[in-house]
Design a protein around this ligand. Structure first.
Ligand code: HEC
Length: 266
């Protein structure tokens, strides 16, 4: 299922309520830490990795896309070195993340559908904001820890239309670091839909959905997404099989029930 629907159902409350967590209202602890000069390279690298999993497993990717490349609509590209709301320095990025960007403060020429709430709408504290800052900052300034470099490799393989190569890298990563995968289930699903719908490249998207189903077989959503890719490829039998798997895990998946009725009557 498209992440839009899933996100709206599950984290929308978090995203769009506009509530400011207590942590975002404190200003004193911000002044106490001056990054990145006072931080060792090893610590910075660890922060970037932590920030990556917060970013690519949290709300940020919903508007800024996986890896912060921007989705061309909901949020700006954070990797292009162009900064709208600060100088792109550590402190400036921290401030943007802590306070968000109100509708009235937006700089985009084309109107964006949602404002960015403080902390991207997540209930996180200052240490997490630091890690997110380190990740966003590192996208244009380095350093690039190995795990983040490999994420970029996945993204560039996909940009070249090599979905299989990307999925193989994801598989290798899952074997090597089963407890800290480079992309969350949601991130892989979003990437899949980016290629399925935005770029209309179902053959690039398919291996991503196949990988997600291998990695998270207990999730009804991964089978639903896989089925949708098979529909796009005209592989009706496989689409039916996978919608059935999704329904077995979640009998209330109305989308799958409707899709099955449609496919069976073809
Ligand atoms: C609901 C959508 C949404 C979410 C979620 C979101 N952002 Fe944003 N973000 C925006 C918008 C909109 C802007 C401002 C764009 C503009 O001014 O045109 C923005 C701007 C930014 C900027 C400033 C970019 C610049 O050029 O100065 C940073 C940094 C940023 N976001 C980081 C994050 C991080 C980190 C997260 C996750 C914690 C996050 N955002 C979550 C929509 C979002």
């Amino acid at each position: 299922m498209k992440v839009k629907q899933v996100v709206l159902g599950t984290i929308a409350a978090l995203l769009f309520t506009g509530a400011i967590p207590a942590s975002a209202q404190q200003t004193d602890d911000a002044a106490a830490v001056s990054f990145p000069d006072t931080v060792s390279a090893a610590r910075l690298s660890a922060l970037v990795e932590q920030g990556s999993s917060l970013f690519n497993g949290g709300t940020c990717l919903f508007c800024h896309a996986v890896g912060g490349r921007g989705d061309g609509q909901r949020g700006p590209d954070l990797t292009d070195g162009e900064w709208l709301h600060s100088m792109g320095d550590f402190e400036g990025i921290t401030e943007t993340i802590r306070w968000g960007v109100k509708r009235s403060e937006m700089k985009a020429m084309t109107p964006r559908p949602h404002q960015m709430n403080p902390n991207g709408g997540m209930s996180i504290g200052f240490p997490e904001v630091m890690a997110l800052t380190a990740y966003v900052w590192s996208r244009t300034n380095g350093p690039t820890p190995e795990a983040v470099a490999r994420q970029d490799e996945v993204l560039s393989l996909l940009a070249d239309g090599d979905g299989r190569g990307a999925a193989d890298l994801l598989r290798a990563d899952t074997r090597e670091r089963p407890d800290s995968p480079m992309f969350s289930e949601r991130a892989v699903n979003m990437l899949g839909y980016e290629y399925l719908e935005r770029w209309v490249e179902p053959q690039t998207a398919l291996p991503l959905f196949v990988f997600n189903a291998e990695a998270h077989p207990e999730s009804w959503n991964v089978w639903d997404s896989l089925a949708e890719a098979y529909v796009a490829l005209g592989e009706t039998t496989k689409a039916i099989e996978n919608y059935e798997k999704s329904l077995a895990l979640n009998p209330r998946n109305r989308g799958a029930t409707e899709a099955l009725e449609r496919l069976r009557s073809q």
